[in-house]
Design a protein around this ligand. Structure first.
Ligand code: ATR
Length: 287
């Protein structure tokens, strides 16, 4: 690729950012669609975000993705936002408009649902049943808001720190007539009773993190099991679930899907998530 004066510039802001797979994906798409563009990692420490965001329009950026730990703070530094970002008070995608203004979007929940619809469409039938979400951190926020928007009748948020689950449940109740249940850590095994969908939204089970200690005995056989962890692609949770015959969905699909709206903005093409895109990402994962 030849970088020139007209090259479109986009990137991802995070700290640390070294392990992000986003540059790999967006640069693959620029190349695939024959666009003159480049996507770069931007290591921005906490406390420096506002200065970097302010400078983006003057540095020719068409847009950026925002990741840990900046999603909440970035929300406060954009002039406009879409509905999802406004409700979650967090952004993962920023579009730089021609007049220099910044628009924040949140595509995490959208990516989660798109991926679920692609990999396990039967979840839509099962959403009449309780849904169990493990975790109440940043990723779970987007997932929980979106599940309620998608018509889930009973959402059980299980978190080690129950107060944090309660806080998330109350935030959801403020903007949608439903308040999810906040369940404590010791009840996690029995919380699976009657569920149609189980989602691990924590980093437990990731390479280098502690395992997710969860017994699936109470989970009905047809329930779909989703893990947002993608390193390894088949986590212990997914392996256990598959052995019990549950349909399983790994974490890579959400990562791919949430990237689509950003690329359509700076790349001018809406990519389809296919096997080749998945393979490109898998090849970037450390062994
Ligand atoms: P992220 O923004 O990536 O979701 P986070 O906000 O730090 O990260 O959230 C991590 C989630 O994993 C939280 O739900 C956290 O539980 P707490 O709210 O109690 O901290 C959960 N988590 C992390 N380590 C855990 C552990 N050893 N056991 C149980 N839950 C854990």
């Amino acid at each position: 690729m030849q970088i020139g004066g007209a090259t479109i510039i986009a990137g991802v802001i995070g700290w640390p950012i070294k392990h992000s797979l986003s540059p790999r994906l967006h640069n693959y798409w620029f190349q695939k669609f024959n666009r003159d563009g480049v996507y770069i990692p931007l290591p921005v420490p906490e406390g420096m975000l506002s200065r970097v965001l302010e400078a983006l329009p003057y540095m020719g950026f068409r847009g950026v993705n925002v990741t840990v730990p900046h999603k909440r703070a970035a929300f406060r530094h954009v002039q406009r936002h879409d509905e999802a970002a406004a409700r979650m008070a967090a952004v993962n995608t920023i579009l730089v408009h021609g007049d220099g203004s910044l628009e924040g979007r949140n595509t995490d929940g959208w990516g989660f649902i798109r991926n679920l619809d692609t990999q396990a469409p039967q979840w839509r039938r099962l959403r009449q049943r309780p849904v169990v979400l493990i975790g109440a951190g940043g990723a779970c926020r987007a997932i929980a808001f979106t599940l309620v928007d998608q018509g889930v009748r009973e959402l059980r948020i299980v978190n080690r720190t129950q107060a944090r689950a309660r806080e998330l449940a109350q935030d959801i109740a403020r903007t949608s007539a439903y308040e999810p249940l906040a369940i404590g850590w010791p009840e996690r095994h029995t919380a699976l009773e009657d569920a149609g969908l189980l989602v691990n939204g924590t980093s437990l089970g990731m390479r280098g993190a502690p395992p997710l200690d969860l017994t699936l005995d109470a989970l009905p056989g047809e329930a779909v099991v989703v893990d947002i962890v993608y390193q390894p692609l088949e986590t212990d949770l997914l392996r256990q679930a598959a052995a019990r015959g549950h349909p399983t969905v790994d974490g890579l699909g959400m990562l791919l899907q949430q990237a689509v709206p950003g690329f359509s903005w700076w790349g001018g093409v809406t990519p389809v998530i296919d096997e080749e895109a998945r393979r490109t990402m898998v090849e970037g994962l450390p062994l």
